[in-house]
Design a protein around this ligand. Structure first.
Ligand SMILES: *Cc1c(COP(=O)(O)O)cnc(C)c1O
Length: 435
């Protein structure tokens, strides 16, 4: 028998013997698209190399954090310096204050910040805080939005309009999601009905303002305006899950984008992650002083973490934020993203492939649909088999996009015009095979 020379395959076989599914987060396993996951050996700038030494232009960027690309010199230097001073202390540091101040200075809605280690933890804690601060139990989330894997958030819509949801994972007791109401994204009538029935019991409404976990779907402006109005009217907190969009779609996050369209607009609480850690495990949630002061040790809402505000992670996050706040950073990033999206659209049109795409800042999404979908069920009408052929065609040509059609894509400042051009010409070849 000849030995297998594909190192991705041998690693995957070995991984599957010891790690469930061979991966530590499900989408990495390529279950949706088929084939063997690429094991990454190293990354630099806009690219990473797999276990066979094959190079890929990287459009997942660790699912969002790597907005400067891989191995940015200023970030490397900050991290190396921090490491020399110790990995973790379990006692406060100056850098935690600096990072919290930096976040508050970039997001006007945030007066106080608590640092944690993952987006899941931040979203879960924000909900506990909203419940503690309002003394209410019920929450609203939207179908297709992902807020991490806390029990109460692993829910899909129930059978009828404004009924409570069903767990989407085994191991979540129905009682745990009893207070979670799941509504359709961008559906104002359903939103109004939910508030009419449950308004007085609602602690918060949590939303991905530009949803990146059903590919890329924007909350329409009138819908977002109604979310804000109804929360205010009923005393529920509007919680923006900006784990993906924060410091990614604009320096001021998606809340900045909506504030341009809706005068005076701001969420109550913000949940952050991904970019603020620059690739290290770091996340945060923040909001008004009056609400945040409900947290322990000041208030009755308990929340804690051994590695929260980790000194290496905060160094990485601070160095990343310092780069992205430089003048013109987002204009340039948005231009690269826009060039990519327009090029893909043109390439699809040339080959008669139904295609729609959208982007904001350094985040994009595309669909093999003639029109942009406005909610999860529309997203799911996308042609999965065709997407898989597109995915593998691009992968073969050294372009790595998310291995599932319900995930957004990310461009970094390290992506050069020639990376974008190479991607578009690879896409052209693949579209020709799809037509
Ligand atoms: C990634 C993500 C999370 C979860 O963050 P983790 O760090 O993976 O726990 C939560 N909300 C949104 C919008 C995300 O994109």
């Amino acid at each position: 028998m000849t030995p297998n020379t594909d190192r991705n395959e041998t690693l995957f076989e070995r991984a599957r013997r010891i790690i469930p599914g061979g991966v530590n987060s499900p989408v990495r396993a390529f279950r949706a698209v088929g084939g063997t996951p690429r094991f990454v050996q190293r990354a630099q700038g806009s690219c990473f190399w797999d276990a066979n030494g094959k190079r890929y232009i990287d459009y997942i960027g660790s699912w969002g954090p790597m907005i400067l690309g891989h191995g940015h010199p200023a970030v490397l230097e900050a991290v190396q310096k921090a490491v020399m001073d110790g990995f973790s202390y379990g006692a406060p540091t100056e850098r935690e204050i600096e990072l919290a101040e930096e976040i508050a200075s970039l997001l006007p809605s945030v007066e106080m910040v608590r640092l944690v280690s993952s987006g899941t933890e931040a979203a879960m804690s924000a909900i506990r805080l909203a419940r503690g601060a309002t003394g209410r139990s019920k929450i609203i989330k939207f179908e297709g939005c992902y807020h991490g894997h806390a029990d109460a958030l692993l829910v899909k819509a129930g059978s009828g309009l404004a009924t409570f949801g069903n767990p989407t994972s085994a191991g979540v007791p129905p009682e745990v999601v009893l207070h979670t109401l799941v509504l359709e994204y961008n559906n104002i009538a359903q939103l109004e009905e939910a508030f009419a029935v449950h308004g007085a019991e609602l602690a918060c409404l949590m939303i991905e303002p530009i949803a990146g976990n059903m590919n890329f779907v924007r909350a329409q402006v009138p819908f977002m305006k109604r979310c804000r109005e109804l929360c205010t009217q009923h005393g529920a907190l509007l919680v923006f899950d900006e784990v993906m969009t924060g410091f990614r779609v604009a320096l001021g996050g998606a809340q900045g984008v909506y504030a341009r369209a809706i005068p005076g607009f701001a969420p109550d609480l913000s949940v952050l992650g991904k970019v603020i850690g620059g690739g290290m495990p770091l996340a945060a949630f923040g909001g008004p002083r009056s609400v945040m002061e409900q947290l322990a040790p000041l208030g009755p809402v308990y929340q804690a973490g051994t590695l929260s505000g980790n000194p290496v992670a905060t160094a990485c996050g601070l160095a990343t934020l310092k780069e992205i706040r430089k003048t013109g950073f987002f204009d340039k990033l948005a231009l690269s993203t826009r060039t990519l999206v327009d090029g893909l659209k043109a390439a699809a049109a040339e080959n008669g492939v139904p295609f729609s795409a959208d982007c904001e800042g350094g985040m994009f999404g595309f669909f093999l649909l003639p029109q942009l979908p406005e909610n999860y069920s529309r997203v799911m009408t996308s042609d999965g088999a065709r997407f898989n052929r597109l995915f593998h065609g691009l992968l073969d040509r050294g372009v790595y996009i998310a291995p599932a059609l319900y995930e957004a894509g990310f461009v970094s400042s390290a992506h050069s015009p020639s990376d974008i051009a190479e991607t578009i010409s690879a896409a052209k070849e693949v579209f020709a095979t799809l037509a």
